[in-house]
Ligand binder design. Structure first.
Ligand SMILES: *Cc1c(COP(=O)(O)O)cnc(C)c1O
Length: 338
């Protein structure tokens, strides 16, 4: 399989942008008055929460489907596309496939609650119950690919996915060309790798800061080890940042290593406080993974005074139960942030 580090070029990212036009929202970058005042900086928020599926993953899924159709023709996808994500990626694939009139099967284990199954059906995809674990769901995906000729749409480790997410970087550079720093939640690395690939090609001086969970962070451990490693999954308010990077990672590990300037971990308490702050002060409802940038500034005292800084509010997939948990945690820690 090919490497993709050098392959996510500006040309690929502009091609992605053409495929996304009219299908994916060019999201607003808004200046936060409250956060700018608090940190004595210019703080901007990139609202990927405005995507129709509530998260940026629609960019990568839409680009990959578009690229496949361009290269192999629509007939090549007549048997459909598949993935096993229960979260934002599954929603994105379901939505993008429906928009393009391509069948999609999202494999979900029996552990996934009915409302999530219904939400994916609502987006026009077939939500298939397969087995009693996420592993069993992945096995069914592998079978659909091997035996039924369906096409896997991976969540991050493919240059076409990365180039789709990278269109965020283009938009940031257009809206704030002199950005000093972008702070990005990091899991598999499609989001950070893509934004970094775009920005380092346009304005290398802009600092790319990654934020991972403090436990179960596969990219963090892999970077320390110097190669992809597996970690035990833990539950987190930022559930979209869980999961591995793939022991056979061929794209995002090398890319993240190349484009990321610094990297922080954040605790559950810091994520909770940031979620509550964004809701209270900005009236923005975000999931935990989208609050880690603000959490990192607060918890690590990042020196951003006088700088133009963008935070990527990557998604809004949060239930009321999780929001309650975040509020309870933020209150119990006593949000004594200044
Ligand atoms: C997937 C996701 C991330 C992390 O993206 P990666 O490409 O896996 O690093 C961050 N935030 C949200 C809301 C996500 O859905």
């Amino acid at each position: 399989m090919r490497e993709c580090d050098a392959e996510v070029s500006l040309a690929m990212i502009y091609a992605a942008r053409r495929r996304l036009a009219g299908r994916v929202v060019r999201t607003p970058l808004i200046r936060s008055r409250a956060l700018s005042r608090r940190f004595d900086a210019e703080v901007y928020l990139k609202l990927e929460t405005c995507q129709p599926t509530g998260a940026f993953k629609l960019r990568g899924a839409t680009n990959m489907l578009g690229a496949l159709i361009e290269r192999h023709g629509r007939e090549a996808l007549a048997r459909g596309v598949t993935t096993a994500s229960t979260g934002n990626h599954g929603r994105a694939v379901a939505y993008a496939a429906a928009e393009l009139g391509i069948p999609a099967v999202i494999c979900l284990s029996s552990l996934v609650p009915d409302n999530k199954v219904a939400a994916i059906r609502d987006l026009g995809a077939e939500a298939r119950r397969c087995g009693a674990s996420q592993d069993a769901a992945f096995e069914e995906v592998a079978r659909l690919v091997a035996e039924e000729g369906m096409t896997l749409i991976p969540p991050f480790d493919d240059p076409r996915i990365v180039a789709g997410q990278a269109t965020i970087g283009l938009e940031l550079m257009e809206d704030q060309p002199a950005l000093d720093r972008v702070i990005v939640g990091l899991s598999g690395g499609g989001l950070l790798g893509g934004i970094g690939a775009a920005i380092k090609a346009i304005r290398p001086a802009t600092r790319i800061t990654g934020v991972s969970l403090s436990a179960g962070a596969a990219m963090w451990e892999s970077l320390r080890a110097g190669h992809p490693v597996a970690v035990e999954e833990v539950t987190s308010l930022a559930d979209s940042l869980g999961g591995g990077i793939g022991l056979d990672n061929r794209c995002t590990f090398a890319l993240v290593r190349r484009v990321m300037d610094d990297h922080y971990q954040v605790s559950e308490a810091a994520i909770a406080a940031a979620m509550v702050r964004l809701l209270e002060e900005e009236k923005l409802l975000v999931e935990g993974a989208a609050a880690v940038g603000l959490a990192a500034i607060e918890a690590h005292g990042l020196e951003i005074r006088g700088q133009k800084v963008a935070l990527i509010l990557s998604g809004n997939g949060v239930s009321l139960e999780t929001l309650d948990r975040a509020r309870a945690l933020a209150n119990s820690v006593g949000t004594s942030c200044h």
